[in-house]
Ligand binder design. Structure first.
Ligand code: GLU
Length: 422
């Protein structure tokens, strides 16, 4: 998963490296630069949980609040065996920049628990989630810090977070988390939102590069929420998905993969993705990244495209559905290949954008139709894409640095207006 790649910066250093380049281009003053570089708060909690066997296990959890300059902290909770404080730190900072790129009134935060959800029963996962939430209840809240799903967590996890928080504050508080089930104040369209945002960005990139959507070849690495929903939507819209992969391995088929059937195979029949009958050539999940394609969507986890392998990437458009799939050492190689990059903080921002809509709906107690959610999402994504690309062209930087500059500039302006409380 997010493990360290030899000779490469770790995710936190990678995030910092881009921040530094953008801050320099922006001429950010030293004090502001130093303030925005550090998180506002980092919490480590040790979570004692009785396993079903009766044995007591102690899990380690984190919640990092990177910034509340533009609004309450916002960001997912990740359950994975290789979660580390450095990773959560990087992900929290990325949430700040992501929310700023799409101009929604949130700061950035992220949480994680070191555990393997595939090895825990539903009851054990519930106890981990509730104890983690209880330990953090003073710091969470609709105006403080608002979690959401991420790798290893889902709408059910969010329902437990919401209920635990509600018991502590003694009132139902749906707006404390997003990505909830519809029955509990979730939003229409939230489940597909990140994948939809990826597609909207790809549509925009195609239009910009004067390429056609029909039959446009796409490889998606990752078949979790982002990858599977993105692939389903893109398949339905006329894209040809020629490669797919998840933790169990990859598939490549130049004639195109039947994504709705693959979805049923993996999620309905609970079978391994590479075993999909007639699916295509089997390979590792890494190998799928290097097949020729028009669009490559890494939608799995960090550190997939590195300085060691970036020269093998063979696509016209790289749309990052995951957070941090490309290391900062790989950036120059991708740039030299003239690949049109849609950086993570823009490419996967559809999820947090609809999280924002969910929070707004919860606070208003008034819920929108799915078409309304999707229209508003389209509007936000298209506008943000245009701004980033315009900035990149004007200032002759790549789209990633342009996205960081747009984001950092927004946060820095807000910070200057607020001033420093002493
Ligand atoms: N975990 C998602 C992300 O990395 C969603 C975060 C949210 O909706 O708060 O963007």
């Amino acid at each position: 998963m997010a493990s360290q790649v030899t000779g490469e910066l770790n995710v936190f250093e990678s995030a910092e490296a881009r921040f530094e380049i953008a801050a320099k281009r922006l001429g950010l003053e030293q004090g502001v630069y130093r303030f925005l570089k550090c998180p506002e708060r980092e919490i480590t909690v040790y979570i004692p949980v009785a396993l079903d066997s009766g044995r007591l296990e102690v899990f380690t959890g984190y919640r990092v609040l990177h910034s509340t300059v533009r609004g309450p902290g916002k960001g997912g909770i990740r359950f994975a065996p290789d979660v580390s404080l450095d990773e959560v730190r990087a992900l929290a900072a990325w949430m700040t920049w992501k929310c700023a790129v799409v101009d929604i009134p949130f700061g950035g935060a992220k949480g994680g628990v070191i555990c393997d959800p595939s090895k825990l029963s539903k009851a054990e996962l519930e106890r981990v989630t509730r104890r983690y939430t209880a330990s953090l209840s003073d710091w969470l809240g609709p105006e403080r810090d608002i979690p959401a799903p991420d790798i290893g967590t889902n709408a059910q996890t969010m329902a437990w977070v919401m209920d635990t928080y509600a018991m502590h504050v003694r009132q139902a508080t749906t707006a404390v988390v997003t990505g909830k089930p519809l029955e509990l104040g979730g939003s229409q369209g939230r489940n597909e939102a990140t994948g939809r945002g990826v597609m909207i960005c790809c549509d925009k990139a195609l239009a910009k590069l004067k390429m056609k959507r029909d039959g446009c070849r796409v490889i998606v690495q990752g078949f979790g929420n982002v990858g599977s929903q993105g692939a389903l939507l893109m398949h339905a819209a006329g894209y040809k998905i020629i490669g797919a992969a998840d933790v169990n391995g990859g598939l490549y088929n130049e004639n195109g993969i039947d994504i709705p059937k693959l979805y049923d195979w993996v999620y309905g029949q609970k079978k391994h993705l590479p075993e999909f009958p007639g699916g295509g050539e089997k390979m590792t999940a890494q190998e799928v990244l290097f097949r020729p394609t028009d669009i490559l969507v890494p939608a799995a986890t960090e550190n997939q495209i590195t300085s060691q392998n970036a020269s093998r990437v063979d696509c016209r458009i790289l749309c990052e559905g995951a957070n941090g799939p490309t290391t900062s050492h790989a950036d120059a190689i991708i740039e030299k290949k003239e690949i049109f990059i849609i950086p993570d903080i823009l490419g996967n921002a559809g999820g947090v954008t609809v999280s924002y809509f969910e929070w707004v709906q919860d606070r208003q107690g008034f819920f929108w139709r799915e078409s309304e959610v999707n229209e508003r999402l389209q509007d936000v994504m298209e506008h943000s894409f245009d701004q980033v690309v315009r900035y990149a062209e004007l200032h002759k930087v790549n789209n990633r640095i342009a996205a960081y500059i747009v984001a950092i500039d927004r946060v820095a302006r807000a910070l200057k207006l607020r001033g420093f409380y002493a």
